[in-house]
Design a protein around this ligand. Structure first.
Ligand code: CMP
Length: 138
């Protein structure tokens, strides 16, 4: 088990001006920011990041959405980071997310769900390394 996870604040949250409020929730929940950047994904980069979902019916919609506006990518550190962060963001579909979670507060739909959170330690490492070189991880 590692103590790091990876997140993206997605285009819908960027467009609504929610990035700062979401980062404050992350900070207040006790996560240390080990890396952070705002960037605009090309369709190719968004497609590569979500390659694992390539066969899913929503893949093209997901790639179009993720390349629509800038995102904020970050590596977060905390004991039990992956699990605790998934609790903080709530269910993938905001309709099923618990009160007080980031998705309940800021997400509109399962497709436009405000934030991404890694689902395992292994994927947290792969996803963090997708965005940040070793010189950018602190
Ligand atoms: P995320 O946690 O970033 O990982 C995969 C993403 O695919 C997920 O959040 C959603 O944004 C998206 N997704 C999952 N299920 C659906 C769906 N049924 N329709 C559209 N997008 C989806």
């Amino acid at each position: 088990m590692t103590n790091r996870t990876f997140t993206m604040i997605k285009p819908d949250a960027t467009e609504k001006g929610s990035t700062g409020a979401i980062l404050k929730m992350i900070n207040d929940a006790g996560f240390r920011i080990a890396a952070i950047k705002m960037t605009h994904l090309s369709k190719e980069k968004a497609g590569a990041f979500y390659e694992v979902h390539k066969e899913r019916p929503f893949y093209n919609e997901l790639v179009d959405f993720m390349s629509r506006s800038p995102i904020t990518a970050a590596i977060l550190e905390k004991e039990n980071a992956v699990e605790d962060f998934r609790k903080l963001i709530g269910a993938t579909n905001p309709a099923n997310a618990e009160a007080g979670t980031i998705r309940k507060l800021y997400a509109a739909s399962v497709g436009e769900n405000a934030v991404h959170g890694s689902d395992s330690d292994e994927n947290a490492k792969i996803e963090g390394d997708f965005f940040f070189s070793m010189l950018e991880q602190f």
